[in-house]
Write a protein that binds this ligand. Structure first.
Ligand SMILES: Nc1ncnc2c1ncn2[C@@H]1O[C@H](COP(=O)(O)OP(=O)(O)OP(=O)(O)O)[C@@H](O)[C@H]1O
Ligand SMILES: CCCC(=O)O
Length: 358
């Protein structure tokens, strides 16, 4: 058995921040969030144009913490919009980086995670990994059918946090993730509701296009009205895409994506705020019901996670509608950096084999 402790750097590039952490085995040595203002990022046309800027900030943060790159055993980055793939820890390869640079599956800040990890790891001659990227796709054939022959349902979700939280809850139950059935709900700026059957996410509302609305997304909409809106001449393609994808949901009603602000409005007598918050919980509960049917009612736990899981009002409202299905666990916030490191450790320790991206 090696006596050297594995020191791992995790990099999580998000829309408005780059988060980094260094762990020694499971122990956090330091964590840092570098915020990026709209002004910092507006000069870059594409996500990949931000590479040098974000890398420089990561290196600066490591220097400030006196972390020698030479002492690292591996680097793990947030996986981006890759081709659909099974969950797990992946070795970062040139092919993966090439796909992320082309952004064929779409632009997302997390597309930079693997690229940063590989370039730094190559300089140090160590491995680079990603874990459970947003494009994890384990859905069953029946879940891919949309109802229109031209369109296919696709899997985009908060897979990293949901799988990590599911593993944690399974462990607390004295079981393995691969032995249990859960409905896991990530309540963040986007919302994912997923049935996890014995370690696989067998369906999901595509968090960018379906299911419940969220702080910034519209979720599923009445299609006939949407088609009319598309051809109304009121909006260009880009404007409508922005309206639905990042200025929908709570933002479209109240001009804020912050649930706490909307709760404040409701507490001060704003009736629309009250009913829209009720509707958010109502739609999430309906989706949990649907995903419980996917699991044929064999649900060991329903798990609520993400930033909105700190909201007592929303959580209580969801629980009252779904507690008849299974016990509900609330795990507020997210531990994405920790999840990345733990994914890398599973491979380094030989508990899991690194998957290959192709
Ligand atoms: N204490 C709280 N009470 C109510 N809502 C909260 C609380 N803390 C955070 N939130 C809400 O959580 C949401 C953001 O969640 P989170 O931080 O998980 O999202 P994100 O990381 O920006 O995006 P995503 O999780 O979709 O990748 C915001 O709407 C915020 O207002
Ligand atoms: C698509 C799921 C991840 C996100 O909302 O950013």
């Amino acid at each position: 058995m090696s006596l050297t402790k594995n020191r791992i750097l995790a990099i999580n590039p998000g829309a408005t921040s780059t988060k980094i952490a260094v762990y020694e085995e499971e122990t956090l040595l330091f964590k840092k969030t570098v915020e990026h203002s709209v002004k910092d990022l507006e000069k870059y046309t594409k996500i990949f144009d931000q590479y040098e800027y974000r890398l420089e900030l990561v290196l600066q943060a490591l220097k400030e913490e006196n972390t020698e790159l030479e002492n690292l055993a591996a680097i793990v980055g947030r996986g981006g919009l890759l081709k659909p793939l099974a969950g797990g820890t992946y070795q970062v390869t040139e092919k993966m980086v090439e796909d992320l640079k082309k952004a064929e599956q779409g632009e997302h800040a997390s597309n930079l995670g693997a690229v940063m990890a590989l370039n730094l790891a190559n300089q140090l001659n160590i491995s680079a990994f990603i874990v459970d990227p947003v494009s994890v796709d384990e859905i069953e054939p029946v879940a891919r059918v949309s109802g229109l022959a031209d369109l296919k349902r696709i899997s985009l979700s908060h897979a990293l946090n949901m799988k990590a939280v599911a593993r944690k809850v399974a462990k607390e139950m004295g079981k393995k993730y691969e032995e249990v059935n859960f409905v896991v709900v990530h309540l963040g700026t986007g919302v994912s509701v997923t049935p996890h059957k014995k370690g696989k996410m067998i369906d999901v509302n595509n968090a960018k296009a379906e299911g419940p609305f969220s702080p910034d997304r519209c979720g599923g909409l009445p299609v006939d009205q949407l088609v009319k809106l598309c051809f109304s001449g009121k909006y260009s393609y880009d404007e409508l895409k922005e309206k639905l994808g990042s200025k929908g949901g709570l933002y479209s009603y109240f001009g804020t994506m912050d649930v706490r602000e909307v709760e404040g409005m409701a507490n001060n007598g704003n009736q629309q705020a009250d009913i829209v918050l009720d509707a958010l919980a109502y739609q999430v509960a309906k989706e949990i019901g649907a995903m419980s049917a996917v699991l044929m009612g064999e649900v060991d736990r329903i798990i609520l996670t993400g930033g909105i899981a700190y909201s007592k009002r929303i959580v209580d409202d969801i629980i009252k509608r779904v507690k008849f299905i299974a016990p509900v666990e609330v795990v507020p916030g997210e531990e994405e950096l920790e999840s990345l490191v733990f994914g890398a450790l599973r491979v380094i320790r030989g508990e899991e084999k690194a998957a290959t991206y192709s």
